[in-house]
Design a binder for this molecule. Structure first.
Ligand code: URA
Ligand code: SF4
Length: 191
């Protein structure tokens, strides 16, 4: 299928990209991964240590938290698409800077244009601030925001749930809310 091919082209380009300095310190670039027909795209911040070692997004502890929340609503990794604001690990897991985010944004734009998901779920403040220019994720998590013909959902980064059980529950609750809205949208479009 033509679209699969386009997504693969982006993923291959990411693997050899040298557009910003993160390419110097990375071991592997980490392209997005998942279903090109996904209704939901999840956007995290940047690859961490495990992701950098293996070239796959969200495969460490934060990824396990994300998997749990997905499983809780009957979703699997293969039914969604998971990617990051920047595709290479920043040294010592620092927050990606503006130049890195801008240089990497074409890949994300491409992924979103090809997949055209019903909802884009922003995981954590870097993703939320970069894409919606928002502030104060703790006050805005659980909200749906419509911008430029796209529907976004704001929630915490699953890493926040690692040492904070309360946030873990809030995160799972948010994902349940996201799923309910998706089901509503799908019923509407089937009418
Ligand atoms: N945290 C992220 O934001 N993305 C990953 O891929 C892994 C951890
Ligand atoms: Fe390229 Fe993005 Fe990696 Fe920078 S972070 S080298 S722009 S893929």
């Amino acid at each position: 299928m033509k679209e699969t091919l386009l997504l693969e082209i982006i993923q291959e380009k990411v693997k050899t990209c040298e557009k910003c300095d993160l390419c110097i310190t990375r071991k592997n670039a980490v392209p997005g991964k998942g279903n090109q027909n996904a209704d939901i795209v999840f956007i995290g911040e940047a690859p961490g240590k495990n992701e950098d070692l293996h070239g796959e997004p969200f495969i460490g502890t934060a990824g396990k938290k994300l998997d749990d929340a997905l499983e809780n609503v009957g979703l699997t990794r293969n039914s969604v698409y998971i990617t990051n604001i920047v595709k290479c690990r920043p040294p010592k897991n620092r927050i990606p800077n503006d130049v890195e985010k801008i240089m990497c944004s074409n890949y994300l734009e491409g992924e979103l244009a090809i997949i055209n998901p019903k909802i884009i779920c922003l995981l954590g403040s870097t993703s939320y601030y970069s894409i919606l220019g928002g502030k104060e994720i703790s006050k805005n998590h659980g909200k749906f925001v419509s911008k430029d013909n796209r529907m976004y959902f704001v929630t915490f980064h699953p890493a926040a749930a690692i040492y904070n059980q309360k946030l873990g529950k809030v995160f799972k609750n948010d994902i349940r809310k996201l799923m309910k809205e998706l089901q509503k949208l799908k019923t509407k479009s089937a009418d």
